[in-house]
Design a protein around this ligand. Structure first.
Ligand code: 2AM
Ligand code: CA
Length: 277
């Protein structure tokens, strides 16, 4: 089927999938049975990540049997992210079964399931579910962003000085150092900084106006896809850390209320913290 799916139906399925995954991860938080490392000692995966991804993929398959799911725990089977993004897939779902696995393993209740639907490379629907607060963030392209049905808008803060920023430290040593330079540059310039361990929830919080802006380097499409749509539908701005447009291929990201965007990018450039130097 070539035409775009009805976004309302997509949203229904996506919501059901992330709520079910969220219930499972909440139940298992702090006590997964197996904790393994992936690319290095900082990059964790548990049987719950895999079960949640199977659950999400299963719900999508029941409703849309010929769609493709790009999921964090199964991407390697499909030749990696680049191969999937370059394949020209019409109906692509992008799933992070648990965003914030380090928190999940430690029992810190700040992790979520994140799921997006893209039609011909453009994200149309995004959902993020935070089970411990029972907050469901949803966005449909051109129809706004919501949390538990309440409309979201980004913060009105006009300067970095009055802003709360967030960033994170992904698993690779190189990009941890890059983000640390950004942190060093920005700490004296903003009201305060948070680093809570889930890129998807940071983006949802930018959309909700709780955080003014977020940046991070070396993320993957499943960390960003749903949250990027939430931020833009809530009136914010999402680019790469050089100011280029956000696409599914972007991994160094800046997402703000728009008003502080250029100021944030300028400081990241000054600190050589755009991930590309
Ligand atoms: P995860 O929990 O799904 O792995 C925190 O800085 C953010 O980085 C989280 O959203 C986390 O997502 C993500 N992250 C952790 N390891 C990563 C890796 N190897 N590559 C990209 N992102 C990663
Ligand atoms: Ca994950």
């Amino acid at each position: 089927m070539k035409a775009m799916h009805d976004p309302v139906r997509v949203l229904q399925i996506a919501e059901k999938a992330v709520r079910e995954a969220g219930a499972l991860m909440k139940e298992k938080a702090g006590r997964p049975e197996t904790v393994e490392t992936k690319t290095n000692a900082h990059d964790l995966v548990t049987e719950v990540d895999r079960r949640c991804e199977e659950l999400i993929s299963g719900r999508i398959r029941e409703a849309f049997p010929s769609d493709f799911v790009l999921g964090e725990e199964t991407v390697a089977r499909h030749g990696g992210i680049r191969a999937v993004l370059d394949a020209g897939i019409d109906h692509l779902w992008i799933a992070d079964p648990i965003d914030g696995t380090t928190n999940f393993v430690a029992g810190i209740p700040f992790f979520c399931a994140s799921l997006a639907y893209a039609y011909r490379g453009t994200i149309q629907v995004g959902v993020i579910y935070h089970p411990h607060l029972d907050e469901l963030f949803t966005a449909v392209r051109n129809r706004g962003a919501f949390v538990n049905g309440q409309k979201l808008a980004v913060a009105r803060t006009a300067s970095l000085r009055d802003s709360i920023l967030a960033t994170g430290f992904p698993s690779g040593e190189f990009h941890r150092a890059v983000n640390a330079r950004g942190l060093g540059q920005l700490i004296p310039k903003c009201r305060n900084i948070r680093t809570m361990g889930s890129a998807a929830l940071h983006l949802a919080y930018v959309a909700a106006g709780r955080i003014t802006g977020f940046w991070e380097n070396n993320l993957n499409p499943w960390d960003l896809a749903a949250g990027a749509l939430l931020v833009s539908e809530a009136g914010g701005r999402v680019t790469d850390t050089q100011g280029g447009p956000y696409t599914l291929a972007v991994s160094h990201v800046a997402a703000t209320n728009g008003l502080i965007h250029e100021e944030l990018l300028r400081h990241l450039r000054e600190a050589s913290a755009t991930g590309l130097e």
